[in-house]
Design a protein around this ligand. Structure first.
Ligand SMILES: [Zn+2]
Length: 585
C-alpha cells in the first residue's frame, strides 16, 4: 500500500475559464487599447470596524461613463450564484443609482437558477433611459459563507486579520454587457489600520486597464494589513499576498511558488508572461481549495494548517491553469481536459524541474489512482458530470482523477508509437499554441491532435474515456521508475446520502445498515453541525472523517473510516534499481 499524502484538496472552477476564457487568457494589456472606451470605475471602501478590527461591510460605487442605457433594459448585474457560492442579494432598497438627471428608478430580477449551480445572475433594470455618467452606490455586508461541503470555492466575502477578501463575482455590481471598458479599481482604506493596502487580480493599489467586465468576475480583491512577497512588489512579475496569520511560513511557500512559476512558464515556452499574483487566505473550518483567476489565483487552507508544503501541488496546479484553462463546452463536462491535463502536467513539470522528488510524484499519481479506482461512480459518462458537479464529490473529482489517467494513457501510447520522439508535451503545447492564436479550442481540437498522433486508436481512446470506460494505463505510463501493481482497496463509502452533507440543516438520512458510519454510532436523523470536506478522504483509504453531531439536544463527536467493499485498484510502485535521475519523463 502506498502512503498517499492527500494533496488533492484543489478543486477549482472550470466554469471560470469557460465563461471568461477571453478575459483570463492573457491578463491586462497595458497599451494599444482602442480609443474612446466607456469608463467603468469600481470604488471599494471597507468600514464598520468591529472590536477585533475587522470591517463589517464594504461601501461600493460602480460608475459607468460614456455609455447610456435604455429604459426597461437590465444594465447592472451580479451573480446570484457562482459555483455554488451566493452573491449579495442587492435590490432596489439597497442600491441607489444616480445619473445626470438625478435618481434612476430601478427594478431587480433574478434569472432562473442554473440547475448545475454554476452561474446565474441577479439583474438590475433602469425604468428610464439614463443620461450621462451613471453611479450605483451600495453596501456589501461581509459575511462568511461556509461552503456546504467544506471545500467549495473560496469566493465569499470574508473579514479577517483586520481586512477582507473575496471574489468580484460575489459582491460587485457590473454593467450587464460584454463590451470592453477602461476599468479602474480604486481603494479607499482610511477606515482600516495604518499601512493597509488593497490588491486585486488587476494589481496592487489603484489600477486602470482595458477589458470586458467579466474580468471583475474573474478577479479577487483583498485589503488590510496584508503580507506580501517579495518585500518590494513594484514591477515584480511574480508576487504573493496573504491575509491573516498563517501558521506556516508564507514567504517560504511563495518563494517556492515563484520558482514553480518560472518552470511552468518555461514549459509553455512563454517568454513574456503577464505579471502574476498569488492570493492566500485561511479558513476557520477544515477545508481548503484553490481557484484560478485572471493572471492570478487564490489558495485557501484551514487556519490551523502548519504544513505549508502540502500547498505546493495546489499552487502549481493553479499556476498551470494560467496556460491550461477550460475548453469550449458546458462547465463540468469540459473539465476532463482542463483539470485532467492540469493534474497530469503539474506533477510532470514538478518532477522534471526537481521541485518534486520521485516519491512526491508517486504520491501524487497514487492520489489520483486511489480517488479514481475506489470511486463507486468512476464509470459515470462524461456527459453526466455537469449535473452532479457541485452535488457529489465523487462526480466532481472525476475530471481530476480519470482525466490524468486518460492523459497518462495517451502519453504512453504516443511515446511508444513515436519511438520516444514525441509525447504528451507536444500535444499539450500545440493545443496551447492554438488557443493562444485565438482559436476556440474544444474537445474536437483535442480529438484532431490525438488522432494525428495515434490514428483511429486515438479517437477510440477519447470516446471510451468520454463514455466512462475504466482506464488502466500501462505499467510504465509514468516512466521507468514506476510500475503498476494491483491492490485490493476498500471503496469510499460515506454510509449515508450525500444530500445529508449539504441540505440545510445537515441531517443524516439514508444510513446504510452495516456501514462504518453506522458502526461508529451515527444514527438516522442526527444533525451534522459542521461542513465535512470529502476530497482528501476519497483519495486516502486510511483517512477518517470527523463529524460533530447533535441528537436530542446533545452534541458529540464521531470519527470513522468511510470505506466499504473492496475493489481492485491500480497503484504504482517505485521500481528498485532505477536511479532517481532517470525518473522524469
Ligand atoms: Zn484545476
Amino acid at each position: 500500500m502506498s502512503n498517499p499524502t492527500g494533496l488533492t484538496f484543489f478543486r477549482v472552477l472550470p466554469v471560470l475559464a469557460v465563461l471568461f476564457a477571453a478575459a483570463v487568457a492573457h491578463g491586462q494589456q497595458a497599451s494599444g487599447q482602442p480609443p474612446g472606451l466607456p469608463g467603468l470605475t469600481i470604488m471599494l471602501k471597507p468600514g464598520g470596524l468591529n472590536a477585533e478590527g475587522n470591517p463589517a461591510f464594504i461601501d461600493l460605487t460602480t460608475q459607468v461613463s460614456g455609455l447610456n442605457f435604455a429604459a426597461g433594459e437590465p444594465f447592472l448585474r451580479v451573480p446570484a450564484q457562482f459555483a455554488g457560492v451566493p452573491g449579495v442579494a442587492y435590490d432596489a432598497s439597497t442600491v441607489e443609482v444616480q445619473d445626470a438627471q438625478g435618481n434612476v428608478p430601478i427594478t431587480t430580477k433574478v434569472d432562473d437558477p442554473d440547475e448545475g449551480g454554476f452561474i446565474y445572475f441577479r439583474r438590475i433594470s433602469t425604468e428610464r433611459a439614463t443620461e450621462g455618467t451613471v453611479t450605483a452606490t451600495y453596501r456589501a455586508p461581509i459575511q462568511m459563507v461556509v461552503p456546504k461541503l467544506g471545500a467549495g470555492p473560496p469566493f465569499d466575502l470574508r473579514a479577517q486579520g483586520g481586512g477582507f477578501s473575496g471574489a468580484g463575482n460575489t459582491f460587485i455590481l457590473m454593467p450587464d454587457t460584454s463590451q470592453p471598458f477602461m476599468i479602474s479599481i480604486n481603494w479607499e482604506l482610511g477606515a482600516l489600520k495604518p499601512g493597509s493596502i488593497g490588491v486585486s487580480s488587476f494589481g496592487q493599489g489603484n489600477t486602470q486597464s482595458p477589458g470586458p467586465v467579466d474580468r471583475i468576475i474573474a478577479s479577487y480583491f483583498m485589503a488590510g494589513p496584508i503580507g506580501q512577497y517579495p518585500a518590494d512588489t513594484t514591477d515584480a512579475k511574480f508576487s504573493g499576498y496573504w491575509i491573516g496569520s498563517p501558521k506556516f511560513d508564507a514567504r517560504d511557500i511563495l518563494q517556492w511558488s515563484e520558482e514553480a512559476y518560472g518552470f511552468i512558464s518555461a514549459y509553455f515556452e512563454d517568454t513574456d508572461p503577464p505579471a502574476y499574483r498569488v492570493l492566500m487566505r485561511g479558513n476557520p473550518y477544515p477545508g481548503g481549495g484553490g481557484a484560478a483567476l485572471m493572471s492570478s489565483f487564490l489558495v485557501s487552507y484551514p487556519d490551523d494548517q502548519e504544513d505549508g508544503h502540502s500547498l505546493r501541488e495546489t499552487i502549481a496546479h493553479e499556476t498551470v491553469h494560467n496556460w491550461v484553462s477550460s475548453i469550449a463546452g458546458p462547465p463540468g463536462s469540459s473539465s476532463w481536459y482542463s483539470e485532467g491535463m492540469t493534474v497530469a502536467l503539474t506533477r510532470r513539470i514538478l518532477l522534471r524541474s526537481g521541485l518534486f522528488s520521485p516519491q512526491e510524484f508517486l504520491d501524487s499519481v497514487n492520489d489520483s489512482a486511489l480517488s479514481y479506482y475506489t470511486n463507486a461512480l468512476n464509470t459515470t459518462p462524461n456527459a453526466e458530470i455537469a449535473a452532479g458537479f457541485w452535488r457529489d464529490t465523487r462526480i466532481r473529482s472525476l475530471p481530476y482523477s480519470r482525466g490524468p489517467m486518460y492523459f497518462a494513457d495517451v502519453d504512453a501510447a504516443v511515446r511508444q508509437k513515436s519511438g520516444g520522439q514525441r509525447s504528451l508535451d507536444d500535444l499539450a503545447r500545440t493545443f496551447n499554441e492554438r488557443r493562444e492564436a485565438g482559436e476556440e479550442v474544444s474537445g474536437d481540437t483535442w480529438r484532431e491532435l490525438v488522432m494525428a498522433e495515434l490514428g483511429e486508436a486515438g479517437g477510440k481512446g477519447l470516446d471510451d474515456m468520454l463514455a466512462g470506460k475504466l482506464i488502466i494505463p500501462p505499467s510504465d505510463a509514468f516512466g521507468p521508475c514506476f510500475a503498476r501493481e494491483e491492490s485490493q482497496v476498500r471503496r469510499f463509502e460515506l454510509g449515508f446520502t450525500r444530500e445529508s452533507l449539504f441540505d440545510e440543516p445537515r441531517v443524516v438520512n439514508g444510513l446504510v445498515a452495516g456501514s462504518e458510519a453506522e458502526k461508529a454510532g451515527i444514527r438516522e436523523g442526527d444533525t451534522i453541525l459542521q461542513p465535512v470536506p470529502l476530497e482528501e478522504a476519497q483519495s486516502d483509504p486510511e483517512k477518517t472523517l470527523k463529524l460533530q453531531l447533535s441528537r436530542d439536544g446533545k452534541t458529540f463527536d464521531v470519527e470513522y473510516l468511510p470505506r466499504g467493499e473492496t475493489v481492485t485498484t491500480y497503484l504504482w510502485q517505485r521500481v528498485a534499481g532505477v536511479p532517481e535521475t532517470a525518473c522524469a519523463l
